[in-house]
Design a protein around this ligand. Structure first.
Ligand SMILES: [Zn+2]
Length: 591
């Protein structure tokens, strides 16, 4: 017997054999059982996802005369299984796109079916039809004889005339999931007595990119190459596929410091004889999957192994950077067919993106992960005049009592520098766009998380419940009010990071902290003086996901060291005086 390609041999014969497309299969089954058959269907979706297979099964089921259709035994089923049923007519519009072909089709439409109950026209790649042919068909679709059913299949529904679209029941086929394809491949290998590693089948499923037919064709080719035992390396060799781990290592080096390493690993890949167009496609696919994984970590469209690579090498990069690279690579991919110097192009794109910087230059990350950095901008600024120097009337002589929690004196007081460096009071002309006045660098916020403990948070949560009783307190009302409704994102021994609902509340709290300080209030409320920082709930969510990634990449900053100044608690000094004193130690940048 002549060799039959796997995709033909394992083409589903009944609805139960179909891999994926569960919602479509169920709807069509219901339509048949309730005898609610439409006269025109449009099956849209990527190639190899089962559009024509399901169309044939639908036609077979409609014409079956046995019990539990399709019974596979009656005359209609046998004819349709062998592809010779006179009433199931397949037309490939890509080759039969002329008006004449459609005319002859229309001429035959009027005749009653020869064997079955329905005459089913399956028109594949219907978007390829000329508009003349479309128009000729239109009248027939408008008023078809009762025994005629049209099933149109297309990969490009946007090219189908709207007048046709509006007369069809439309079904959108989705890519078959990686897991479903792999399971099917496994089954086929069992049936064919082929010994194949699951890893190898997983890669085949990946290469097929959601198309069941492609998956079987690839498997066919791999089996022809290696008949005894198919391994992942066989598949890679046949298809010139670079391992995702290798691509991951390259991607990790896309920084100015490591760009040389990135280019070197690219050369290694090229020297192995890998197809660079395929490599570009793989790179695009990994970047694309990294965006999907970012949004839907539980997706089963990405294999577990691939997820691990993405988690390690791709997710630590900012989303903006990944989108930029993805755009560049996709532009490149379209040009690759016409270019001879592929390597130059790829190198250029990698180097360009190694130099990537965030577009909005907000004061980001002035603090490196380990050592404190010199902060030239801070030093260059003219010294802020000390309020106590301005009023040299001698009323304030002593410095306020300071609780210095900084253990290592050499390290800078992050909080103080933080106010100077990272809080940019926007100038009035910018104020109309409703952005927050306070922008914290990611590293600063992360350092707050790093220094936070669960015990502190539990204790703070407990104390926060009493916040309500300060709402009518003369001294503390504004502090208590500002914090009501806020949620604790993290608590350190001398600071607290709050998540709040709006930018307004955020600015209110940070403004209060900057001008007056929360120490006295937190001393009352929480039992010890703490600084208070606020960000919006959205920023909290982003911060936590940044924490996860940076933690995985081991690039978290060291714990924040916040200095807390507690004004003297002796009752002789009035509140106003205490506040004035606080200004001595808190420099505020107003320009
Ligand atoms: Zn039958």
């Amino acid at each position: 017997m002549a060799y039959q390609a796997l995709y033909r041999k394992y083409r589903p014969a009944s609805f139960d054999d179909v891999v994926g497309q569960k919602h479509i299969v169920q709807t069509l089954k219901n339509a048949i059982s309730k005898n609610r058959i439409a006269h025109a269907y449009l099956f849209c979706g990527p190639r190899g996802t089962g559009k024509t297979s399901i169309a044939k099964i639908f036609a077979r089921t409609l014409n079956c005369t046995g019990e539990n259709p399709p019974c596979m035994e009656c005359e209609n089923c046998r004819l349709s299984l062998s592809g010779t049923h006179p009433d199931i007519i397949e037309i490939d519009a890509a080759s039969n796109n002329g008006v004449d072909e459609v005319r002859s089709l229309i001429d035959r439409v009027g005749y009653a079916p020869l064997e079955g109950k329905y005459k089913v026209y399956i028109i594949d790649e219907v978007h390829m039809m000329t508009s003349g042919a479309f128009n000729a068909l239109l009248k027939t679709i408008e008023e078809p004889p009762a025994h005629v059913i049209f099933i149109f299949a297309t990969t490009e529904p946007h090219k189908v005339l709207p007048t046709i679209l509006s007369r069809c029941q439309r079904y959108d086929f989705s890519k078959v999931s990686h897991r479903d394809i792999q399971e099917r491949l496994s089954y086929v290998c069992q049936q064919e007595s082929v010994n194949a590693d699951e890893e190898a089948l997983s890669l085949v499923a990946e290469l097929a990119d959601g198309g069941m037919r492609d998956a079987l064709s690839i498997l066919d080719q791999c089996i022809a190459y290696e008949q005894d035992h198919l391994t992942i390396d066989d598949v890679r060799e046949i298809y010139g596929v670079v391992q995702p781990e290798e691509i991951g290592n390259l991607v990790e080096n896309l920084t100015p410091e490591k760009a040389n390493d990135a280019i070197e690993s690219l050369k290694v890949i090229e020297n192995k004889g890998m197809d660079m167009k395929r490599f570009t496609a793989d790179l695009i696919s990994l970047y694309k999957d990294s965006l999907l994984q970012e949004m839907a970590a539980q997706t089963n469209l990405i294999s577990e192994k691939r997820k691990q690579v993405i988690e390690k090498s791709f997710l630590p990069q900012p989303v903006d950077k990944r989108i930029q690279i993805l755009n560049d690579l996709m532009n490149l991919y379209n040009k690759l067919a016409y270019s001879s110097n592929v390597m130059d192009y790829i190198e250029t794109i990698l180097l360009k993106n190694a130099l990537w910087k965030p577009q909005t230059l907000v004061q980001t990350a002035p603090y490196p992960a380990s050592k404190p950095m010199n902060l030239p901008r801070y030093e260059k600024q003219p010294p802020v005049q000390n309020p106590s120097e301005q009023k040299s009337d001698g009323k304030i002589q002593s410095n306020p009592q300071t609780i210095n929690i900084v253990k290592n004196e050499k390290k800078p007081d992050l909080a103080k520098q933080f106010w100077n460096m990272n809080v940019s009071r926007e100038t009035s002309e910018k104020a109309e766009n409703h952005q927050s006045e306070f922008r914290f660098s990611e590293d600063f916020l992360l350092s707050l998380l790093v220094g936070a403990t669960k015990a502190e948070k539990t204790s703070d949560l407990d104390h926060m419940k009493n916040g309500g009783k300060y709402l009518t307190d003369l001294e503390f009302a504004k502090f208590a009010k500002s914090m009501s409704g806020a949620r604790i994102a993290a608590s350190g021994s001398n600071y607290i990071l709050l998540g709040v609902q709006s930018v307004l509340v955020k600015d209110n709290i940070n403004g209060l902290e900057q001008s007056l300080g929360y120490e006295s209030f937190t001393n009352q409320l929480l039992g010890k003086p703490k600084k208070v920082f606020a960000i919006t709930m959205d920023e909290v969510a982003n911060l936590f996901s940044a924490y996860k990634k940076r933690s995985a990449a081991q690039t978290l900053p060291s714990a924040a060291m916040i200095e807390v100044l507690l004004p003297s608690t002796t009752e002789e000094i009035p509140v106003e005086e205490q506040l004035k004193k606080r200004f001595e130690n808190l420099t505020i940048q107003d320009d």
